[in-house]
Design a protein around this ligand. Structure first.
Ligand code: TYM
Length: 332
């Protein structure tokens, strides 16, 4: 890779890729890709922290590969790859777990939330999940990590672990910065606008990038708003309407003020209908490209093979350095 800075991010292939993933993460990848050397992962190892149907996980991994490209990421200039194809992630994760404290991992709000949601399967992977995420980011000496607001705490932990390690062994890791734009970093559930839109919730609460256009219209029509008819951005008092305005402003690339203006004097019915059309028209070309790509699985497979090798060769440089620093014997 040449002299540009490094950008890294990942998405778990653990469910449908939602409009939240798109607005909070992928659309920013597309915005930033030309300024950085980028790696985008299908975080399949992370997905194992919740029980998966093996065939579904496999299928969703290749679907996410196609979706990254269909959303506009250039498959030649970026390394779009699968986390489990690069064994260095798991290896660095082990080392970093020896530099992570039980207390700090226990404070992660996502660990607490996921433990509540999966109370029958609070496995150790769920607990050490952010350490693997730190390994993902630090292996590639990443400078910038675009994510949604829900990953902010994990990113801060990554910086803490890296600083701790560097404090003992010298400058081994680049300390990464987050890229988390304010308004669009948390797209909310359509059924409960006080909760984030999540691929692990009821399908009516999210829009999948692969939903039929009828489903998109139906889901938005039913989106929870409130009883007064005023269309304005006020997340505290009008979370549902504010969420719809955020979606509109992100997809139309206009400010929230402009979004409010576009709907002044209109009712909720019109708001939902107009936004549904904006979503459909935005998703239409993505689905067309996705469907085309999915017809050529051999191409996607070859891409994953080439990119696994590229990622491994970068990752191995960091891992070798780390092994040496911590005192693991190296075969001459
Ligand atoms: P994941 O798969 O839950 O989500 C992928 C990305 O989408 C963002 N996101 C949202 N943004 C706005 N509104 C929402 N409702 C919404 N839901 C999700 C997430 O913040 C994320 O940026 N641990 C990560 C995957 C990962 C990763 C990494 C990310 C693994 N290794 C290294 C960055 C760097 C995760 O579970 O994301």
């Amino acid at each position: 890779m040449e002299t540009k800075k490094i950008l890294y991010s990942g998405i778990q292939p653990s469910g449908a890729i939602t409009l939240g993933n798109y607005i909070g993460a992928i659309s920013n990848f597309v915005k930033l890709e030309s300024q950085y050397n980028c790696l985008f992962a299908m975080a399949d190892l992370h997905a194992l922290t919740v029980r998966q149907v093996p065939a579904d996980l496999r299928a969703r991994t290749i679907q996410l590969t196609a979706l990254y490209i269909a959303c506009g990421l250039n498959p030649e200039n970026n390394i779009i790859y699968c986390q489990s194809h690069v064994p260095q992630h798991a290896e660095l994760s082990w080392i970093l777990s020896c530099f992570s404290y039980m207390g700090e991992l226990g404070r992660m709000t996502q660990f607490k939330a996921k433990s509540e949601k999966n109370s029958e399967n609070i496995n150790a992977g769920l607990f050490t999940y952010p350490v693997l995420m730190a390994a993902d980011i630090l292996l590639y000496q990443s400078d910038l990590v675009p994510v949604g607001a829900d990953q902010k705490q994990h990113l801060e932990l990554t910086r803490d672990i890296a600083q701790r390690f560097n404090g003992i062994y010298g400058d081994v890791f680049t300390i990464p910065d987050g890229y988390i734009p304010k308004v669009t970093a948390k797209i909310m559930s359509l059924m409960d606008p006080l909760k984030k839109m999540s691929k692990s919730d009821d399908p009516d609460s999210y829009i999948s990038l692969l939903d039929s256009f009828d489903d998109i219209r139906r889901k938005l029509k039913r989106a929870v708003t409130d009883s007064d008819a005023d269309i304005r951005f006020d997340p505290e008092n009008k979370p549902g309407v504010s969420n719809l305005l955020s979606i509109y402003s992100a997809l139309k690339n206009v400010s929230i003020e402009e979004a409010e203006k576009d709907f002044s004097g209109k009712g909720y019915g019109e708001l939902k209908k107009d936004i549904a059309e904006v979503v459909v028209e935005h998703i239409r070309p993505i689905q067309e490209k996705y469907n085309m790509l999915m017809q050529d699985k051999a191409y996607l497979n070859d891409l994953l093979k080439t990119n696994a090798e590229k990622a491994q060769s970068i990752a191995q440089k960091t891992l070798r350095k780390v092994y040496k620093k911590v005192g693991l014997y190296q075969i001459k």
